[in-house]
Design a binder for this molecule. Structure first.
Ligand SMILES: Cc1cc2nc3c(=O)[nH]c(=O)nc-3n(C[C@H](O)[C@H](O)[C@H](O)COP(=O)(O)O)c2cc1C
Length: 208
């Protein structure tokens, strides 16, 4: 570990030297990938993944990362479909309940008291109460490898969006999705920390 007066530097392989690992507090806030899926027998599953992101505009592509081979991933490999659901502030308790380490057979929609809305282009249900949901077909599951080439127990799942559900109450008269009103909740900081979006502002890219 090397330090200067102004900067704490560390190599994660050698330890952070702080009271808690700051990685997830630095890469924050993170949009929550609230992922619904179903297994080959049709049983529904729902779980949050904050290692989540959007990676392409057209076709739209999103992905999330499973630390360990979890039910969502095994379902998605079996059916090649999943749905992302926006976690709004009003749904944060249900989102948290859906992260419970319950047996595969347990349907987290029922556990969390959420309504299943049927898919259009996928057979996976989405969260009816969510302001927006993205139906996806599986593109790739990438098992990550570290610098030593060692396979990790971490899996990146990428999907192409094939259907978008937006609750009309979150669409303004000008046809714009009202992100602030959807009130997304994000993962931030340490254990149990979440963030909301603050005031939005306008900033345009420089012209060529
Ligand atoms: C806000 C939040 C974010 C989470 N992010 C992740 C994540 O990025 N990757 C992961 O493997 N688990 C994550 N978890 C834990 C999973 O949700 C949890 O292991 C869940 O039981 C997995 O469900 P499944 O086996 O039905 O897929 C997160 C939990 C919470 C509450």
């Amino acid at each position: 570990m090397s330090q200067s007066d102004d900067v704490h530097f560390y190599d994660p392989a050698k330890g952070h030297g702080l009271s808690h690992d700051p990685f997830k507090a630095i890469v924050a806030p993170r949009v929550i990938g609230w992922i619904s899926s179903r297994d080959a027998q049709g049983r529904a599953n729902l779980a949050p993944y904050s290692f989540f992101g959007a990676f392409a505009t057209f076709p739209p592509i999103i992905g999330f990362c499973s630390e360990g081979y979890k039910d969502s991933l095994s379902n998605i490999e079996a059916t090649r479909e999943f749905v992302w659901n926006l976690t709004s502030k009003t749904l944060v308790e249900q989102m948290n309940q859906s992260s419970a380490p319950v047996p595969h057979e347990v349907d987290e929609f029922e556990l969390a008291g959420l309504t299943k809305a049927p898919g259009v282009n996928v057979s996976v249900p989405h969260v009816a109460e969510s302001p927006a949901s993205l139906e996806c077909k599986l593109l790739q599951v990438v098992r990550m490898h570290d610098l030593d080439g060692k396979p990790m127990n971490n899996w990146l799942t990428l999907g192409q969006v094939v259907g978008v559900h937006i609750r009309r109450e979150f669409l303004n008269d000008d046809g714009l999705f009202d992100t602030a009103r959807a009130h997304p909740v994000m993962r931030a900081g340490y254990l149990g920390d979440y963030a909301e979006i603050g005031p939005m502002f306008d900033l345009r890219r420089p012209k060529a």
